[in-house]
Design a binder for this molecule. Structure first.
Ligand SMILES: Nc1ncnc2c1ncn2[C@@H]1O[C@H](COP(=O)(O)OP(=O)(O)OP(=O)(O)O)[C@@H](O)[C@H]1O
Ligand SMILES: [Mg+2]
Length: 167
């Protein structure tokens, strides 16, 4: 992995699902109450794979499976008693449907939210958040671009760079 760095972004190539889970796990060890992690990327680029890593970093027991049919999967008894919400908006038509569903309660609550297809509700998202954009490069290769919006996430990203790349 060769990260191209500035203060607000981390851009690197993952060469396997294992590597994607690993960076997710490292981020998972660093997140705290109220953090909002937005995942963007085409079908099969590895959003759920990354979230599985987050779950491992949060010390969540049991498998993390995609909540495509349920919109939200909630995991309890994680590290520090955090609640982890895995949200998948693939089947959501837009902001209004998400709001009708009560999404704001999760987005502005005390848990950690990881949201697949987050760009679909961009206007409803907190202004401070972390963006994780995945793109397909090759069969087992994915580009992963992480961008911090807001001071909290700049700190989080700085800690992730230190933990994952030693920089
Ligand atoms: N470097 C990689 N990182 C992540 N996944 C990879 C990588 N290389 C290959 N894959 C494969 O790509 C697929 C990613 O699936 P995953 O369900 O995580 O994608 P997704 O972005 O959540 O898709 P969807 O939009 O359907 O929810 C898996 O089959 C995984 O094995
Ligand atoms: Mg998915």
């Amino acid at each position: 992995m060769s990260p191209i760095l500035n203060d607000l972004t981390l851009d690197f190539v993952s060469h396997s699902p294992t590597q994607t889970r690993r960076i997710g796990a490292r981020l998972g060890t660093l997140v705290g109450p109220g953090d909002v992690l937005c995942l963007v990327g085409d079908l099969g680029t590895g959003k759920t794979c990354f979230v599985q890593g987050l779950g491992r970093g949060l010390a969540i027991e049991g498998p993390i499976t995609s909540p495509t049919f349920t919109l939200i999967n909630e995991y309890r008894d994680a590290r520090d008693g955090l609640t982890f919400y895995h949200i998948d908006l693939y089947r959501v038509s837009g902001v209004q449907e998400a709001l009708d569903f009560g999404l704001e309660e999760y987005l502005y609550g005390e848990g950690v939210c990881a949201i697949e297809w987050a760009e679909r509700i961009e206007s409803a998202l907190p202004r401070e958040r972390l963006w994780i954009t995945l793109r397909h490069l090759d069969v087992n290769k994915r580009g992963i671009l992480i961008r911090a919006d807001g001071p909290r996430y700049e700190l989080l990203l700085r800690d992730l760079k230190r933990l994952a790349f030693g920089v």
